[in-house]
Design a protein around this ligand. Structure first.
Ligand SMILES: [Zn+2]
Ligand SMILES: [Zn+2]
Length: 395
């Protein structure tokens, strides 16, 4: 098989089913790494578990290493560096850099550059490095096993901000040494401390690595396939509570693709998002700061717009079935109210920009304006409840 040649192959347009060739040069280091670790996890690990077993303290080390490496990817590689959703003290950055390298998912530069392309070209089968349109296997792991041109390996044109960070440059330059060193030294040290070197190597080293790989890969595969889309239907990203359980909170992926610079993925307080809790807790001791949150109004607006879409679908379905929809006037009234609320919000924004321009921001940030904004949010919430009831009646 010769080198990949885009011109010779049929490449389909954005969002269409991908029909291009599956042959690109194999990425042997990745293939060997995944093959060896997976094979060992399925053979040596169960043999040792049955023959010798693991002490509770070894399991504890395993859990700690799972969290440290998993959340260095979600909290560090993803939310801190790929999206700049907050800023962190260098101590926190070093922690993320060391344990992120231990997760064996490449340097921050490579990871963040590809992830920014993923957001920019979402679902574009040629340019989204892990486009779900090319299938579950491809989005999960297949995209790393060959050198596909869409993966844009080494294209750092979109991470100039990160390249200015000397800690990130250091990690990129010495990635292999840090990654190998952490994977051997950290479990060895932990094993020596708790008196179970082989147990820690197998549990906190091997099994942790393989599980963490797939737990984070699920964000690119499962979280683009399975779940609900409460904020937007413009892309394939889904919200799924079960996926959130094993991805350190990244299962709320529909929210994330709509509001990517928010440090939260599970935006409601009850949504399971340990990465969000970690970032927020660190901010209490000033190790993280500048946490970005999407204004509640914009979240409510997106959800309500989606509810109107669903309502419209239900009505059209009923009409196709020849059933009359008696609620048309009521629905139209809700639509008019939604438009009015959005108009009021735009007016409020215009006043704010005007105040900022005239350097009266302090005066503008008075309690009156906050109250007006809160009233608008409340209006949207109440309307969401009414539209939900309307949809139940239509269905
Ligand atoms: Zn995604
Ligand atoms: Zn992202």
């Amino acid at each position: 098989m010769g080198a990949w040649d885009v011109r010779e192959n049929e490449m389909t347009s954005r969002g269409a089913e991908w029909r291009g060739p599956k042959r690109a040069p194999r990425n042997w280091p990745a293939i060997v790494m995944f093959a060896v670790t997976t094979a060992a996890a399925f053979t040596i690990f169960p043999w040792y578990a049955v023959t010798y077993g693991f002490a509770p303290v070894t399991w504890l080390v395993f859990v700690l290493f799972m969290l440290a490496t998993g959340m260095s990817i979600t909290g560090g590689y993803h939310r801190l560096w790929s999206h700049r959703a907050y800023a962190a003290h260098p101590i926190v950055e070093w922690f993320y850099l060391l344990f992120g390298a231990m997760a064996l998912q490449n340097s921050v530069f490579c990871w963040a550059a590809q992830h920014r392309f993923h957001h920019r070209f979402i679902d574009d089968v040629d340019n989204d490095p892990y486009a779900i349109g090319r299938g579950f296997w491809f989005a999960h792991i297949g995209w790393m096993l060959r050198d596909y041109p869409g993966a844009r390996v080494g294209d750092f044109s979109n991470i100039e901000d990160l390249q200015r960070n000397p800690r990130l440059r250091f990690q990129h330059r010495h990635y292999l040494a840090i990654a190998l060193g952490m994977n051997v030294a950290a479990p060895l040290l932990a094993g020596w401390l708790v008196g179970d070197v082989w147990g820690c190597l197998l549990l906190a080293g091997l099994l942790r690595l393989v599980l963490n790989h797939h737990f984070t890969f699920f964000i690119n595969s499962l979280a683009h396939l399975w779940g609900r889309r409460p904020y937007t239907r413009d892309n394939t990203a889904r919200d799924n509570d079960l996926v959130a359980l094993i991805t350190y909170g990244e299962g709320y992926h529909n929210f994330h693709h709509q509001f990517q610079w928010d440090y939260r993925n599970g935006v409601r307080w009850w949504q399971f998002d340990p990465t969000k809790w970690l970032i927020a807790s660190l901010s209490w001791v000033r190790l993280t700061y500048g946490l970005k949150r999407v204004p509640e109004f914009r979240i409510q607006r997106a959800m309500l717009a989606r509810q109107f879409e669903r309502l419209q679908q239900s009505i059209e379905q009923r009409r196709r079935q020849g059933r009359l929809v008696a609620l048309t006037a009521l629905i139209e009234q809700e639509r008019v109210m939604f438009a009015a609320t959005l108009g009021e919000f735009r007016q409020l924004q215009a006043e704010r920009f005007d105040a900022v321009r005239r350097q009266l921001a302090d005066q503008w940030r008075g309690s009156e304006v906050r109250e007006r904004l809160q009233a608008l949010e409340k209006a949207l919430r109440a309307q969401r409840r009414r539209v939900r009831l309307l949809r139940l009646q239509v269905a």
